[in-house]
Design a protein around this ligand. Sequence first.
Ligand SMILES: Cc1cc2nc3c(=O)[nH]c(=O)nc-3n(C[C@H](O)[C@H](O)[C@H](O)COP(=O)(O)OP(=O)(O)OC[C@H]3O[C@@H](n4cnc5c(N)ncnc54)[C@H](O)[C@@H]3O)c2cc1C
Length: 370
Amino acid sequence: MVDVAIVGGGLAGCSAAVQLAVAGHDVLLLEKKTYPVHKLCGEFLSPEVKGALQRLEVLRDVEEAGAHPMHRTRITASNGTAFDAPLPGTAIGFSRYRLDPMLFARAAACGADVRDGTMVRSVEGSLDEGFTLITRTETFQARVVLGAYGKRGVLDRTLDREAMQQHRPYVGFKAHFRGADLEDVIELHAFDGGYCGMSHVEDGLVNACWITHEDTLKAADRSPEGMIAQTFQTNPHLRARFEKLERVSDSFCAVSQVSVQPKTTFEGDVCMIGDTAGMIAPMCGDGMAMALRSAELVAPHVDTFLRGACTAEAFRSGYTADWHAEFGTRMRVGRWAHHAYIRPWVAKAGLAVCQALPFLARWVIRNTRG
Ligand SMILES: Cc1cc2nc3c(=O)[nH]c(=O)nc-3n(C[C@H](O)[C@H](O)[C@H](O)COP(=O)(O)OP(=O)(O)OC[C@H]3O[C@@H](n4cnc5c(N)ncnc54)[C@H](O)[C@@H]3O)c2cc1C
């Protein structure tokens, strides 16, 4: 019986593992993929992410590995309207291919038992009686289970999560490119049915990441290349960029059913962190910061519960209240911004208003981050 089993070794899972291992608990961290691996993400690490990486003592390694600094954002609409704004601090571009293994290694160095290539198939039990986790080859027992398995996973089905039953029509995909200099700017370009974020990561590469309605992809025979070519007709900035870019990734990294709808912080007694508790709209560029922050929020509650200083009910209600106080507003503003930006005429009108009233854009930026 370990103290805490964490399902998912992404940002939230690794951060929680570090903090609980440092607090002296037996931590088991289970990750289904074998690192290193490319992950779907805009790979834009906001100033808030840098703060969390500093606290985890990995920021220096990330910077020494060539993370690309960014100070400005450029947002365009499909008619070519553009809005430029300074970022509220220095952000960095860094690939998940490099970042996640660094965090996984940090969790191991802090004393967690980390296992990649290990997918959890089911979790049963309660905070009062303990949990059983089943993988393909092994069974584990734990006093607390943290669900850190990301946007959507097999456990949503086995735990029968109501919020995850509905079909979500958004698809995400990304690849690395070479050939353009984006300087220190994170760019966000809207097109009919979706948007594309692009910025530099390490080694001079450009990460481009799309989120689009599945109908837009279907209209291009489900081919990302076909869909990208179609977006050139609706956004001149995208066309200008892709005239110079050459794909270096062998293939696109893709995921379907991307959802920004509200979820729950507990399913039964399994406690959710990161995207598993709720994912902010990708255009906000705050998902990684929230994943890392949610681990910081949950760790003291888990620690208090494991030391026998609070009841299961106090753990559930305490973490849930903290989560909503920290993330409630930015989730709502993020959903609203996503739905507005994905509608071409709203995006055009919204950017025109932002050009005239820049304080409005600053308000949105401020209210979608910590
Ligand atoms: C298109 C798109 C673009 C984005 N761009 C950005 C951006 O530029 N900046 C930003 O800050 N955020 C961005 N985000 C959001 C960001 O990627 C997430 O919020 C962040 O990765 C959440 O971290 P996490 O640890 O909760 O989940 P993840 O990073 O997804 O980690 C979950 C881990 O759990 C593992 N796992 C899943 N199921 C199991 C299982 N059954 N057993 C064991 N392991 C399991 C997975 O393999 C994965 O490694 C974007 C999201 C999307 C969809």
